[in-house]
Ligand binder design. Sequence first.
Ligand code: UD1
Length: 416
Amino acid sequence: MDSIRIQGGIALQGKVRIQGSKNASLPILAATLLCEESSLIRNCPRIADVYSMVSLLKSLGCSIRWQETGIAVDSSQVQRAEMPRDAVRGMRSSLCLLGALIGRCKEVVMEHPGGCVIGERPIDLHLSALGQMGVEFVEESGRLKAFSHRLHGAAVSLPFPSVGATENIILAGVTADGNTVLEGAAREPEISALCRFLQRCGAWIEGVGTGRLVIHGGRRLCGTDFTVPADRIVAGTYLFGCMGTGGSVLLEQAPEDEMQSVLAVALQMGGHVYSSEEGIYVQAPARPAAVELVTAPYPGFPTDLQSLVLAVETRGTGCSRIEERIFENRFRIVEELEKMGASVETRESKSVLVHGVETLRGACVEARELRGGAALVVAGLMAEGETIVAGCPYIYRGYENIGRDFRELGARVASV
Ligand code: UD1
């Protein structure tokens, strides 16, 4: 079941429930390592990244029970802080175990989650902040060993609001001696969800939702019962699926407050958006108007939805300019969209011009990463004829069942 087959050209109609947030679940599951009692994390999505995090936690000695309502994690027996190589490789979010394990065990041995270890990007911000909090790092046969004789609070300033680094600083800070004052923190809603979880466990964190966090360390954390909020990126994926196909859809439980920049783009495209207690209702134009889009840290437009906008605008009525400012190499789907008849001009590595065409045609394309993969499925829904998207395990890392969800909205989609 590594591919998805789509018969395109059907406008999405109906309602779809939005799964729990991946990017909130992962650091919250990591944070259970700091609790002395068991916690119940409700509404965790059943996706590959959550399964990987659960097996990592098990390998560290956590006892885990999947229940109908959520995942019960008991970390009371954790002693071992060495992460198995294979589990870490390819899962960048395993990095948030670094801050939690340093807090819990005072030492960690882990594989670098992709790329080079110490030095330049991509984890320099994590290492330098934790270093200021008394953590030392050495590289041993390609593995990263982190240890701390005394984990202490510090005044830390991030030059860029990295989501993962902010999470690691919070996780290390709650058990450190003294206070950590973090300037330049990322403000993504998933960070606020992590803070709310820790607060319920007894942590004292001020400034939640702002760029300046004060984490009062040294408090004992108990277990709690916590519900993960809905996934704003999955909601955005289905919203743009609707925009691309000219449909009308209710995104049940979608987190409207967290989606203002996304809804603004849907409006620019000519969509109508209404919010109610049930969720967000979107009605698309026949073809989307062109947009100017620049990705930015929250509350700016999320990089994770950039490829969705790119896919939708291949059928736009004008020329859209899309600039990616968070990650490099995030235009990898352009080549695949061109197989479907899209007209995209790559300006420089960070921006593209998308010239809308009247119709896309179905083709065999390949997903090479999570959100780009979801964008190719949306392009398939928009296209005339049959599209096969290969490489779907990337998509399953973040979507519980993208095929089922689109089928509920009337699309003809099958796993093959
Ligand atoms: C998280 C999200 C991801 C989202 C991203 C940006 C999770 C599991 N993943 O990833 O879906 O796309 O935020 O919103 O929550 N950087 C450095 N040095 C560092 C850390 C980051 O240079 O030490 C750079 C990265 O290479 C990247 C940028 O900063 O260019 C953003 O990274 P970051 O905010 O850390 O993203 P992640 O936490 O990896």
